[in-house]
Design a protein around this ligand. Structure first.
Ligand code: ATP
Length: 213
């Protein structure tokens, strides 16, 4: 059965770095679809965030015409910190027999040991790490240990079990960050070509990044 991808983030705002990574992972790993899950209350980073409903609207605008990409509001409808373990548990309850893949950028993966109940994430899903070509995986430390025990070099393995493997996948790197995009827009500069026009349009209409935050 083709695995289902879960791509969480603040998406404040979503940009081509997120979208290109998701598309390449979907194609390379033969994922059935990818759920984009905007975070409501990120446990590991400082508020304030742009309102969750608006960030969801930007995600919806970005993926409106992309088959197999889904905007998913489950973290926005939950109260309390948005723990990924709870999100994976809810996907698992909905899809008891489908392989799940949690998609992470390398920066997020390296910070994993700080996440709530992080070791249990692999009971619910595989972890797929998108990295820049040529990057070498850590061989020591907690993350090195996880990679030694769980890593597979074969994407096909992700369809052979429901959870528990780690796969590191090279993808095209686009050095775009939401933080820099917010600063660009606040400075009155145009974010054109860094994000879909549909997203840019909503941002300009709502002036959601006009204020200093
Ligand atoms: P910020 O600048 O506000 O920290 P961000 O651009 O890093 O935001 P997030 O929404 O926090 O975006 O990231 C969601 C996920 O997307 C994370 O797993 C992160 O590693 C990944 N990601 C972020 N930017 C890129 C990019 N340019 N290319 C590939 N993956 C990215």
């Amino acid at each position: 059965m083709r695995p289902l991808g879960i791509f969480g983030g603040t998406f404040d705002p979503i940009h081509y770095g997120h979208l290109r990574t998701a598309l390449e992972l979907k194609q390379m790993l033969a994922l059935e679809r990818i759920h984009f899950v905007p975070c409501a209350n990120p446990p590991h980073r400082a508020a304030p965030l742009t309102d969750g409903r608006l960030r969801l609207r930007l995600v919806e605008a970005a993926i409106a015409n992309e088959q197999g990409f889904v905007a998913d509001d489950r973290e926005l409808t939950r109260s309390g910190p948005s723990y990924t373990i709870d999100t994976l548990a809810s996907f698992r309850a909905e899809h008891p027999a489908v392989p799940l893949c949690l998609l992470l950028g390398m920066d997020a993966f390296l910070g994993l040991p700080a996440w709530h109940r992080w070791r249990e994430l692999l009971d619910y899903a595989h972890i797929v790490v998108a990295h820049r070509p040529g990057w070498r995986a850590p061989e020591v430390g907690t993350i090195g240990e996880v990679l030694r025990e769980r890593r597979t070099l074969k994407p096909a393995d992700l369809a052979q079990s429901l959870a528990g493997r780690v796969h590191v996948q090279a993808v095209t790197q686009l050095e775009i960050s939401s933080t820099e995009l917010r600063a660009t827009i606040r400075a009155g500069l145009d974010p054109k070509f860094l994000m879909p026009d549909s997203v840019r349009k909503v941002i300009l209409e709502t002036e959601c990044y006009a204020e200093s935050r």
